[in-house]
Design a protein around this ligand. Structure first.
Ligand SMILES: NC(=O)c1ccc[n+]([C@@H]2O[C@H](COP(=O)([O-])OP(=O)(O)OC[C@H]3O[C@@H](n4cnc5c(N)ncnc54)[C@H](OP(=O)(O)O)[C@@H]3O)[C@@H](O)[C@H]2O)c1
Length: 256
């Protein structure tokens, strides 16, 4: 299959690395020349990857085209490209709706929106996907776990949550810095924190049905450490800040 990428930044690089390290057979990837450094490196790193001269060349040589451009540039760039009816577009761009893509990419009919994140590089990633064709589902299955979303509004709500990745790492960093202030080695503090939280998430994943309230109650021994921490955090309404951030990100999906 010939797969093209327009906008070779962080996420396109991760998807490309994920595809090239997967079991995908007969894969050929055509990439746009920007970003110069990243696209050159990818074409040197993987035999499957060819760096094209421009965006139109990517489209002309590919059946499925991933768009990973900045949201502010997407419509303008796509508007100046020519697609045919057989092309398939996978947009990874958050604030550009399905209907806008349909209008701008005519006569293309198979258009979908997808939300991978950088762990796709290791073929381990839940991938939200809206209106996928069977070809796109097949691609996504090689690099992660596609989760089909029926309503675009729900896609936007769940996509919003991916904006909380950096705050999650920030919390981990702050906790690590706190431990280091007692002269715990950075590497020990970092690996213990990531081990602690990943063990908790792996535990919930292995129990197929779970409920966050139940898990919280189980962890909250009366007068125990978690009980103490939860009371302090709730008194300060600290987690409310996550809800405020989520709401404000979500509003960006609604603004046109
Ligand atoms: N990062 C993630 O985990 C993630 C996950 C899901 C979706 N997304 C979405 O995917 C898109 C890309 O995100 P990113 O994090 O990869 O951003 P990024 O690292 O800033 O990459 C954007 C890329 O687009 C290129 N570009 C800009 N104008 C172009 C043009 N006219 N033609 C071709 N390429 C052009 C830029 O090249 P230059 O460097 O040369 O300007 C840059 O390489 C965004 O819409 C983002 O919201 C990101």
């Amino acid at each position: 299959m010939k797969i093209g990428f327009i906008g070779i930044g962080n996420i396109a690089s991760s998807v490309i690395k994920g595809l090239c390290s997967s079991k995908f057979k007969n894969l050929h990837i055509n990439i746009s020349p920007r970003n110069k450094e990243k696209s050159t490196l990818l074409s040197q790193q993987f035999n499957e990857v060819s760096r094209m001269d421009n965006n139109q060349q990517v489209i002309d040589h590919s059946q499925v085209v991933f768009c990973a451009l900045p949201p502010t540039k997407t419509l303008e760039v796509l508007q100046n490209l020519t697609f045919n009816e057989e092309h398939i577009l996978v947009s990874l761009v958050p604030f550009v709706d399905y209907e806008q893509l349909v209008e701008i990419c005519a006569p293309m009919r198979k258009i979908c929106r997808a939300v991978p994140f950088p762990t796709v590089e290791r073929n381990e990633c839940p991938i939200l996907i809206y209106k996928p064709s069977k070809e796109v589902l097949e691609i996504m299955e090689y690099i992660g776990t596609p989760i089909q979303i029926e309503q675009e509004e729900h896609l936007q709500v769940l996509w919003t949550l991916t904006g909380l990745i950096a705050p999650f790492y920030d919390l981990n960093q702050k906790l690590s810095n706190w431990a280091q202030s007692f002269e715990v080695e950075k590497s020990l503090a970092d690996s213990y924190i990531i081990g602690l939280f990943s063990a908790l998430t792996c535990y919930t994943r292995s129990n197929s049905a779970f409920d966050f309230l139940e898990l919280k109650n189980e962890a909250t021994t009366p007068n125990g450490m978690n009980h103490q921490a939860l009371s302090i955090i709730n008194q300060r309404k600290a987690n409310e800040a996550y809800l405020i951030a989520a709401e404000e990100i979500y509003q960006r999906f609604k603004k046109k």
